[in-house]
Design a protein around this ligand. Sequence first.
Ligand SMILES: Nc1ncnc2c1ncn2[C@@H]1O[C@H](COP(=O)(O)OP(=O)(O)OP(=O)(O)O)[C@@H](O)[C@H]1O
Ligand SMILES: [Mg+2]
Length: 335
Amino acid sequence: MINFEQVHKSFRVGAREVPALQPLDLRIDAGEVFGIIGHSGAGKSTLLRLINGLETPSGGRVVVDGQALDTLDGDGLRALRRRVGMIFQHFNLLSSKTVVDNIAFPLRLAGTPKPQALARADELLDRVGLRAHRDKYPAQLSGGQKQRVGVARALSTGPKILLCDEATSALDPQTTASVLQLLDGINRELGLTIVLITHEMDVIRRVCDRVAVLDAGHLVELGPVRQVFLHPQHPTTRRFVAESEAIDEDDQHAQYAAIPGRLLRLTFTGEGTWQPVLGRVARETGIDYTILAGRIDRIKDLPYGQLTLALTGGDVEAAQASFAAAGVEVEELRR
Ligand SMILES: Nc1ncnc2c1ncn2[C@@H]1O[C@H](COP(=O)(O)OP(=O)(O)OP(=O)(O)O)[C@@H](O)[C@H]1O
Ligand SMILES: [Mg+2]
């Protein structure tokens, strides 16, 4: 659906060229929720804006829905933008227009007659759960409601792709969850491809299928969320995951260093998460263990558990084999 071929981007600031994105290849498939995570200035917004032609690459080629963007003229670009909706951190609603008129606005711009545009806006108001707020102005809405208007407006032209630039960063955790649920529903029910950028690993964990990690303009890690989240490789990715678990990595390392025994990390996924594997293996192999860290949660629909254990006795090799036989991934953090 979206293809980046050796795309890079620099901005000219005065006499200097400031690199924002280093050459990268990236393919985003139709129907997936693709997350991009990175710190401030990593190049996330730049990457997103290359998808709808708000930025042009300094080199390489961006292909969206079969069309190379560098071949499009003004009309071509406008047509593309009707197929690529976008929502923003600060909503960008028109304060002088009511909710329904905000939603109808992109259609009116595209020349749709008012009655049809309003009918479509009313349909979308139902989808985002804002029927009761139809004739209010943005200033009369909460942040979560404003973002729902943003989503409805982005959907008005019937796009195939929805770009979300930090769409939940201005919202509290509960409202964030409800907006993410709305996006998840849109992806599942309408089959929209969603590209979502964020600096929070929890947002990625809840809704994304795959994730790319950007670090100072470099694509440093890419893969299915379950892989990247459960087994982060790059230091930047590890820090994002640790942050989402409220773990200070330095503290944790110091704490582990003070504890004797072999350290194992066990990862349970799917149905295995709910099986009493740990107790059974401990009985069978006589291992003594201390649980140092652990989390049980979900990655999108996938239940998972991850436990860090210090083993101080028993047959550790046999325990490792039993865990593996039960479908539990075992990583030895320290022998
Ligand atoms: N129009 C511009 N002119 C000059 N430099 C720019 C421009 N837009 C972005 N940059 C620079 O490019 C780099 C990447 O910016 P970008 O906005 O893509 O980062 P980001 O990951 O979205 O950050 P944030 O999380 O703060 O939104 C930054 O160093 C930024 O200063
Ligand atoms: Mg940004």
